[in-house]
Design a protein around this ligand. Structure first.
Ligand SMILES: NC(=O)C1=CN([C@@H]2O[C@H](COP(=O)(O)OP(=O)(O)OC[C@H]3O[C@@H](n4cnc5c(N)ncnc54)[C@H](O)[C@@H]3O)[C@@H](O)[C@H]2O)[C@@H](O)CC1
Ligand SMILES: Nc1ncnc2c1ncn2[C@@H]1O[C@H](COP(=O)(O)OP(=O)(O)O)[C@@H](O)[C@H]1O
Ligand SMILES: [K+]
Length: 462
């Protein structure tokens, strides 16, 4: 689960009001973190504590490590704790560790300077402290957040933060763990359970969330059991995209596929004989289980006429690429939009920097306002439902940073949304499948060298 700073504070406050004091939560955090720390018996350790509760967590970790026999120094560069719970822990722990005035080089630095209480860019002496830590050769282990990294968005982040080797996120992940600008500072990320209830609207998708039963075929099933979709795509100069999407839809198990392509695409039809064909000028006569529109299309070239027909269908409609260039939100059935940040910028009139700096809030707000399913693509693709809740895909696959990848995702989406509402979260499953196939093929072909078509062939091999 992913939380904002305000949500964490609310959970913390509710726990305190119900008899679970902050000092106990600090104990829980430390006892969960300490066994995970990559520390050897002879390692020298410096714990850098700030004045808030993040510093309090640092004090308890320092105490536990000292009790285990490690050589621990604690540095308080910003002065004594201001929080009552942290001060109580500091009072006892300071009798077991060495409290130092000047920092010394050590093997391990534990960063407990700032957590979710940081507001705005770091000011004052803490800037020098962060720079000092970043100059060390040590393994840097951050508690909750790398200090200096904001929790919720990167809009005001000025680039100064601790570069962690590893970060132990308390209770849940923070949004900045999945933003391009701030994610690299976290190093490896580990979530630490401190026994508080989970209430977030945002979840994290990993490999284990992929539903492998998607690949199963019932013995007595018929092609119609797996849905009939149509993919409308291509334009005079962009003819490959609908074939990539169509091939991906078939590799993702769709029962029947129609491809609607421009007349100029006729020479390519033999490359995908499994599909049935229409031309853009044909009338959409039959009903489909899902429609995808946009790969390889450009505004003009009859797009409005096609959209007038599409929007009256009551099935799910996936809108991608060229079909996203105007705000087409009026449909009878579920509408699934799949923009990359540039396309989303045009849809929202916000800059790419504003979108990338605050993806979760911008995506959630947009999905709620227009009552759409939104797939905001990127390294960490967001999948948002019309209620504004969502998930982030954390299966990384840099092989996808290449033309054609989006067309494949649209094909997979078409196949899964065609399955007549039988699947839970088809968009989440499609994004996962796409990333898993790219990750899988990257084991045998270098990511730089993977073709979009290779990813399609790998869909059935994961
Ligand atoms: N529910 C949870 O997850 C729990 C969280 N706890 C810890 O509590 C932390 C939050 O503690 P706090 O709310 O006390 O805050 P922090 O300890 O994160 O930071 C607050 C301190 O930072 C200073 N500060 C804020 N913005 C600054 C800026 N821009 N430049 C310089 N200084 C700045 C403030 O003056 C204050 O002294 C969490 O990150 C976590 O480590 C645990 O102790 C208890 C349970
Ligand atoms: N660095 C990356 N890591 C992981 N996934 C990526 C990366 N770059 C792009 N992708 C994925 O590849 C796809 C690219 O889609 P899009 O930008 O629409 O490409 P295209 O123009 O080829 O259709 C998206 O699903 C996106 O999430
Ligand atoms: K920290």
């Amino acid at each position: 689960m992913i939380y904002t700073a305000a949500e964490i504070k609310q959970i913390d406050q509710t726990a305190t009001q119900n008899g679970m004091p902050e000092s106990i939560l600090m104990e829980r955090a430390a006892s969960a973190i300490v066994p995970k720390l990559p520390i050897e018996s002879h390692s020298t350790i410096l714990v850098v504590c700030g004045t808030g509760n993040n510093g309090g967590d640092g004090w308890v970790v320092a105490r536990e490590l000292a009790v285990k026999g490690h050589e621990v120094s604690v540095w308080l560069p910003l002065g004594d704790s201001k929080s009552e719970a942290a001060s109580t822990h500091a009072a006892y722990a300071s009798s077991l560790v060495r409290v130092i005035e000047q920092p010394v080089a050590t093997d391990i630095v534990i960063d407990a300077l700032f957590g979710v209480g940081l507001s705005g860019p770091v000011t004052g002496k803490a800037r020098d402290v962060i720079e000092w830590v970043n100059q060390q050769m040590a393994t840097v282990l951050s508690i909750d957040l790398p200090s200096g990294i904001p929790s919720d968005h990167a809009l005001e982040f000025d680039g100064l933060a601790i570069q962690a080797t590893r970060t132990y996120c308390l209770h849940g992940y923070k949004r900045t763990a999945f933003l391009n600008r701030t994610s690299p500072y976290y190093g490896q990320i580990e979530r630490i359970d401190i026994g508080l209830p989970h209430t977030s609207g945002w979840s994290v998708l990993t490999e284990s969330d992929f539903n492998r039963s998607l690949l199963e075929r019932d013995r007595f099933s018929h092609k119609t059991d797996y849905g009939h979709g149509i993919l409308i795509g291509g334009s005079r100069h962009l003819l490959g995209a609908p074939f990539l999407g169509g091939r991906a839809a078939i590799r993702s198990g769709i029962g029947l596929l129609n491809l609607s392509v421009p007349r100029e695409a006729s020479p390519f039809i033999s490359t995908l004989p499994e599909a049935m064909y229409n031309q853009h000028t044909d009338v959409l006569e039959q009903s489909y289980d899902a429609i995808a529109i946009g790969p390889g299309m450009v505004e003009g070239e009859g797009m409005d006429t096609i959209w007038q027909q599409v929007k009256h269908q009551s099935c799910p409609i996936i809108v991608d690429a060229g079909a996203l260039s105007t705000r087409r939100f009026e449909t009878r059935g579920p509408l699934i939009l799949t923009p990359h940040p540039g396309e989303f910028s045009r849809l929202t009139n916000q800059s790419v920097e504003e979108i990338e700096g605050d993806r979760f809030a911008v995506a959630s707000e947009f999905a709620k306002q227009h009552r759409v399913h939104l797939i905001l693509k990127g390294t960490y693709t967001l999948i948002v439902t019309p209620d504004g809740k969502g998930a982030v895909n954390t299966v990384e696959a840099s092989a996808l940073a290449k033309g054609g990848s989006g067309d494949i995702l649209t094909g997979i989406l078409l196949a899964l949304w065609s399955r007549k509402g039988e699947l839970q979260s088809p968009s989440e499953q499609a994004v996962l499948w796409h990333a898993l196939a790219a990750k899988s093929i990257s084991r045998t072909i270098h990511p730089a060298s993977v073709l979009a078509s290779d990813v399609i062939e790998e869909l059935g091999r994961i």
